[in-house]
Design a protein around this ligand. Sequence first.
Ligand SMILES: Cc1cc2nc3c(=O)[nH]c(=O)nc-3n(C[C@H](O)[C@H](O)[C@H](O)COP(=O)(O)OP(=O)(O)OC[C@H]3O[C@@H](n4cnc5c(N)ncnc54)[C@H](O)[C@@H]3O)c2cc1C
Ligand code: SF4
Length: 636
Amino acid sequence: MPEQHDFIIVGSGGGGGTIAWLLAKAGYDVLLLEQGPDFAAKNRDSSKAFDASVHDEFFYRLSKPDPKRRLRGDYNTFLKRDSGSNSKPFQYGWTASVLGGGSVLWGTWSFRALPIDFKLKTHFERTGQLASLGAYSVVDWPLQYSEMLPYYSVAEALLGVSGDRKAINDSIRASDWYQRFKNEAYWGSEDQWFPMEDYPLGPYTRTPVGQFIYDGINSVGTTWKAFPTPMAIVQPGSDGAKTRQALAKALAKQNGGLSSGIWNLQAEQLWSDRVRQACNMCGYCGEYLCWGSTGPKWGTQDTTLKELTDLPKATIRPNAKAIEVVFDQATRRATGVAYLDLTNRDDPKLEYADANIVIVSCGAVQTARLLLLSGPSSGLGNSGNQLGANATFHMFGLGIRATLADKFQGLLHSELGPTGNTSTFATYFMRDGADTWIKGGHITSSAKKNPLEDAVGALIRPTNPQIGSGLRDEMVENNRRLEVRLTADDLPIMENRVTLDPNYVDEYGIPVARIVRKFGDNETQVNKVGQSYMSKVFDVYRQKGALKGDLIPNNADLSLVGDHQMGTCRMGDDPNASVVNRFCRLHDADNVFVVDSSFMPTGLGLNPMVTVVANALRVGTHIVDSLRKGQAPGRT
Ligand SMILES: Cc1cc2nc3c(=O)[nH]c(=O)nc-3n(C[C@H](O)[C@H](O)[C@H](O)COP(=O)(O)OP(=O)(O)OC[C@H]3O[C@@H](n4cnc5c(N)ncnc54)[C@H](O)[C@@H]3O)c2cc1C
Ligand code: SF4
């Protein structure tokens, strides 16, 4: 007989790792299946205090386990839309395949969506732009922004975000786009746009590059205001992130906004007295796990999943790759999950586990793949031909690089912190004509990694690798390099989608995911206008002769589809135009939910993790409430 659980959750990243915690705390029997290994295990010895003096560069950078993003033998294929049918295997399309998923590798930039992100269709309708966006499938979210707000507060408490709320609010309020649209009826209220609550911790220390970009942004004009990038990294120099206290504070502020039984628990019942200690700015976490044993950098493996290890009815099972959500068409219910036990990767074992409710959270690419491999021949949840469609990935790679003149050598010696430090919302919408505004995103200083990381990168990159004096010259210049990135929206297009590849399989014979994508006119325009906006940050340095050479612009790269994958299981009220309903339950199945980034009906002009975590809390709360009332979750 297969083992039986209340819930099986597939995937342990932001969505899965969060909802597993909530359901287990509510007293349910939870099995979490994660395809990857637990890399952080050797790093997770709670009896040892965080040793801030250790900088084990070899272990933490050079001997990092690889591949960390994908399992051995696993890969996706890519097809540029309208370029024939020959997809090709490529290395991208992955967040991470380890316990913690993308929350292990992420950059920790921790933004709430802005209220207008839930109403983009209405916005483009009212501004008369929708007709020119005919190729796109822009929709409003089926939720009100106010429904997500309480969960944003709890999410920020769980993540222990370090930030400066007032500075963010000021940046939005000062922007010309906010001033232009703030009186529109659909725009949202001031209290939604400008939350008053402080972040759990003060802002992350400003780094040398961060300071240059901060001054560059503020010099553009009164509508441009810089703020410290909010990060889920414990503020350096602070006495740590006390999640229990932060939760208590967030819950106390809700004034009935969270009335569910689970949130009536005392903070002591929700969280242990673990404290995440402050980041010591070693700078080794860019796209890899933080080495601090208490998790200065937030990831589910060091927080929500660590809390689960104390609960008798919660099981975390790494090296367990789900290959099918087993579905009974007669009852419209999943009975459980079939998975490969990959503890010995050369000797996979097929296993089954049964559950009353299955929650899928494999990331937007792998969730689409798993559901397409499940249920009827067209895939589970695909009766409306929407599964995998409307995939969005942001305009990754869109940025500008500048190099300071030789005399500044040493000034930017190293970021000594994670990537990204200073941001502005001045570019969330960008003027493209007298009164035409295209959707952009936030600008953030970026990509100044630990010099060792950059040196290794220069040594091993496929084109123009450097060694010897070439490498030395590059590293000298690295000390003077500034870079900004525009995290801009790519608007959803139905045909940009994830399917099963008809020709390629992984090492277990399972079809791999094929990612089909092409930019539309909107993205071409965002590249163009984005470059001119970003270059303004460097105007002051150009005028003062502080730069060497030209600015080096980079447009978005179509194939950079790994980090911010969204949209393949669109949330909506209409089963013919979406995959999951407002509770993130499949329209086609009564007990299958999806809580990773794939539910997003439109992407955001900002990083998605906080929204993924907040949404998982929202869905988990709904499920617990329904079950306690004796109702089937996922209905009303
Ligand atoms: C390098 C990088 C930097 C990023 N930086 C930021 C940032 O600064 N801010 C931000 O907000 N977001 C950032 N992101 C994005 C963020 O990490 C994701 O949005 C977030 O992790 C999404 O969570 P998720 O639950 O959707 O899925 P994921 O975190 O992708 O987790 C999915 C999990 O499911 C597992 N899985 C997949 N298939 C199976 C299967 N068949 N069986 C079992 N398990 C499976 C995977 O191994 C993985 O652990 C970054 C991502 C990356 C990769
Ligand atoms: S810089 Fe990154 S790796 Fe180093 S302690 Fe801080 S969060 Fe951890």
